[in-house]
Design a protein around this ligand. Sequence first.
Ligand code: GDP
Ligand code: ADP
Length: 304
Amino acid sequence: MNPPEVDRVAASRAAVAARQARAAVKRAVTERRLSAVAVLETALGSTESIEATMRVRDLLMAIPGLGPVRIDRVMGTLGIAATKRLSGLGVHQQVRLREYLQRRAPKVAATGDSRLVVLAGPTAVGKGTVSTYIRENFPEVHLSVSATTRAPRPGEVEGVSYYFVSDEEFDRMIEAGEFLEWAVVHNKSRYGTPRTPIDRALAAGTSVLLEIDIQGARQVKAAEPSATLVFLLPPTWDELVRRLIGRGTETPEEQERRLTTAKVELAAQSEFDFRVVNSDVQAAAAEVVELMQIQKATDLPSKE
Ligand SMILES: Nc1nc2c(ncn2[C@@H]2O[C@H](COP(=O)(O)OP(=O)(O)O)[C@@H](O)[C@H]2O)c(=O)[nH]1
Ligand SMILES: Nc1ncnc2c1ncn2[C@@H]1O[C@H](COP(=O)(O)OP(=O)(O)O)[C@@H](O)[C@H]1O
């Protein structure tokens, strides 16, 4: 084959793969394993996502109970042209479509099976930012509060950010078996996940999110194989460096050290069940919450 032909074959293979991935997303919406709102948020969060290339009409077609005639009428009311793709929506169209989906589209099917989900990832990728967004916007999720031996920073609240405990108290908690997992993080302080609030929340049917480091994620999986591990990724390495420096909470030496650790941590991503790219906080949070609600996502396209 000559080069233009090679290009053509590659392009047509990519088109087939994209069509299959779009069909998998549609199927997941129809089967109520994925909410239509989450598809919209992912599309708006990343123009490179498969979701961004979906037509609005196809997303609506995936919603059980909506037929072609009704969809034409709805799209007319929303002021969206028949061929429009999710990535091409104007700001007002986005708002109108989101409101419509929130009202009309069924929520993902309840599994009757509350989930333990671990969010981990390299330093400064945005774990704290995404989990704070979830705490503030998704009250149905129980966000675990860890105990730590590090000192509180300005603005941190006892019992909300962490339980700030002494070394002696932390020793006592280990002895008493109060932790689901614990670890020394950044070679400095100890952090641990109290077991009782998690057991209580799961027993009450509430899903639980742990924002902990990678050593902790491995321990949770060993203790609770049914736990779901989610790895938060930066859009690029340079963006991770920018976030770490931009946050301005570490000295240049500490930043260097954390970036060296981050390379090792990034290599652990294949141990995780799902990967979510944190390009946009709202979209990343929506994806994490979605993963807390679906029972089986094996035939969804990868979240990479
Ligand atoms: N293993 C484990 N890690 C934790 C726990 N709580 C927080 N961490 C991790 O400890 C690290 C340091 O957190 P923090 O002191 O808040 O500082 P940050 O690095 O600025 O986010 C982060 O990677 C957290 O994910 C916990 O209970 N167990
Ligand atoms: N999606 C994002 N886009 C841009 N900046 C972000 C995003 N998510 C987080 N940040 C910023 O990156 C920095 C690190 O986030 P943080 O939540 O402290 O990371 P982590 O808890 O993983 O160490 C913070 O300054 C935060 O505001």
